[in-house]
Design a protein around this ligand. Structure first.
Ligand SMILES: Cc1cc2nc3c(=O)[nH]c(=O)nc-3n(C[C@H](O)[C@H](O)[C@H](O)COP(=O)(O)OP(=O)(O)OC[C@H]3O[C@@H](n4cnc5c(N)ncnc54)[C@H](O)[C@@H]3O)c2cc1C
Length: 311
């Protein structure tokens, strides 16, 4: 297990450094033990500078955006957590094509709603996704027939080997909920992104967002979760498979497989990360045993999973 060089971190980051921070406050599943150390960043430049400082010292780190696609261990994270609080966005209605630029910590849903107010179409699919632009660029988030692969023009990437560059969408090698950054665990940092828009009217775009949001409200549970737990296997749905093995509504501790949508695992208020992990293992085991399908996780497990009974 890594021990962070706390004295060096205190001397670099001073009052910005937070220690022993409960990460349950920073994840949408509301679970997760403490980060030994966390540093918030408020601009793309500060994010870049922070990354370069930790690379120079060889400090292990992890970037957290909205925390909506990660399951953090109850035993916490022993890497430096860089909390992405960058927020700036700019909507360029006159550029060709029209586009939106956003720092990677901007909330994707609110970016989509702001483009709608300006009468710009293209990001309706993203309006109900709770994470950041950076998280969505990293994992090729998508919904309702749209995804980052279809919306991204360029991503501003700071790469430990390749330096700071604007990557065209092709360089991300997007696949279903995957990218070269996610696949290769490259530890590159997404600083900002430019997304494609199409001229429309505020009324038309907002009506589309409202229809999609209502569909979501009717088919997905409210409450603390990570969204879809597993990727849909080719030609099928993870939720249908979990339902078919009788696990819809099944709970372990405070975690429940939603009775509304079996690919959503909900924290009913008292769940631990271990409860959720045990439900994940049970669902994978039962689905594999009864249907032969090996479900692949869409979310990522983060932190110290070696420690304790749920290793
Ligand atoms: C209720 C609910 C509904 C959801 N619906 C959908 C949906 O419809 N479609 C969908 O695709 N997803 C959905 N999700 C999952 C999630 O919201 C998306 O995957 C989202 O894009 C993750 O972004 P985030 O900022 O929360 O990432 P985080 O969970 O904070 O991080 C995820 C990964 O991205 C990396 N990362 C984040 N920011 C950066 C950065 N700037 N640079 C480098 N790496 C970075 C992290 O290190 C981590 O590896 C849903 C989740 C919830 C809770």
């Amino acid at each position: 297990m890594h021990e962070l060089p706390m004295a060096a971190l205190r001397s670099i980051f001073g009052a910005r450094l937070q220690e022993n921070v409960p990460l349950a406050h920073y994840t949408t599943a509301r679970v997760g033990g403490p980060a030994d150390a966390m540093v918030p960043v408020n601009s793309a430049e500060e994010l870049a500078r922070t990354a370069e400082q930790v690379w120079e010292l060889g400090i292990p780190y992890f970037v957290i955006g909205g925390g909506s696609n990660i399951l953090v261990s109850d035993h916490g994270v022993h890497e430096l957590v860089i909390l992405n609080r960058t927020r700036n966005i700019r909507i360029d209605t006159k550029s060709s094509p029209p586009s939106a630029w956003a720092e990677s910590g901007a909330n994707l849903g609110s970016l989509a709603r702001q483009t709608a107010l300006r009468g710009m179409s293209g990001l309706e699919w993203a309006a109900s996704i709770p994470g950041t632009v950076g998280g969505a660029v990293y994992g090729n988030s998508g919904a309702n027939g749209g995804d980052m692969a279809g919306s991204l023009i360029l991503a501003e990437i700071l790469h430990p080997q390749l330096g700071r560059n604007w990557w065209p969408v092709e360089q991300m090698s997007y696949q279903y909920r995957n990218s070269t950054l996610k696949l290769n665990k490259s530890k590159a940092i997404i600083l900002s992104a430019r997304l494609k828009l199409v001229q429309s009217t505020p009324e038309a775009v907002q009506a589309k967002i409202e229809t999609l949001s209502e569909r979501r409200r009717n088919t997905q549970p409210p409450g603390a979760s990570m969204g879809s737990m597993f990727k849909n296997p080719s030609g099928d749905y993870a939720g249908r498979l979990i339902d078919s093995v009788g696990l819809k509504g099944h709970s372990i501790g405070g975690a429940e497989i939603s009775p509304l949508h079996a690919n959503f695992f909900v924290n009913r208020g008292t769940a631990s990360a271990a409860d959720i992990w045990n439900l994940i293992r049970l669902a994978r085991e039962k689905v594999a045993e009864k249907t032969g399908v090996d479900l692949e996780m869409e979310i990522e497990r983060i932190g110290d999973w070696e420690n304790g009974f749920h290793a």
